[in-house]
Design a protein around this ligand. Sequence first.
Ligand code: DGL
Length: 278
Amino acid sequence: MTSKFQPIGVFDSGYGGLTILKEFLNDLPGYDFIYLGDNARAPYGSRSFEVVYEYTLQAVNKLFEMDCPLVILACNTASAKALRNIQQNDLPKMDPERRVLGVIRPAVESIGKYTRNGHVGILGTVGTVLSDSYPIELKKWAGESVFQTTQEACPMWVPLVENNEMDTPGAEYFVSKNIASLLAADPEIDAIILGCTHYPLLLPVIEKFVPEGVQLLEQGKVVSAKLVEYLNRHPAMDEKLSKSGLVKYYTTENVEVFEKNATNFIGKIIRSEKLILK
Ligand code: DGL
């Protein structure tokens, strides 16, 4: 094991990736992590492909500079719009020894355990839905006709979470509206992927409007289980990762605001530092 600080980098546009980090901390307690939230430029969901790619590449570069051998894009929008490009075009030039992984594939590989009839609903940001990443990856993974997918973009959900409005009548209005629209498009849906790392924060509201018998796939647990599997299958990468149990938090926005909100997300008091992405 290395004695140098070589953490796993966890990146999100804002706070949502903390729902993923929380599970990593449970499943990989001795490992070192850096969390980076680009709060100053969140949300990413309504931004163009070019912009999300540019911002995500800046974040990956920064996390590499900070000695992360492995970076997880704990953001569906970034995974949908930037991951493939970064893996195929940038990584070979930047450092072929490092790895960047996303959150879409782990959800796709796990959905079979949630649905009985193959009718799968996907809730995500406008960017994730327009990218068609979930339907495309589900087809690649399981073949053409195994899953019937229906997507619903929920443009108001991330702003509700970023502004700590989860427990309000406004949240109920938008959550019930989008779920009703998804289920109207395919009433046979029996499993829904929460395809945005912010959405678990809305879970108490979501559960109110999802009929009994419809299973919800939250990404934290499945992404974390897949990361543990990945590290078992890649001992050379695991060797490189430092393990002193240290977690550092960085934000591109105001540190006090980040700490207050992030503490709510992760359930413990955290300290953070500001950095600039460019
Ligand atoms: N957590 C991000 C995701 O999973 C939120 C996207 C946003 O910033 O709009 O897509």
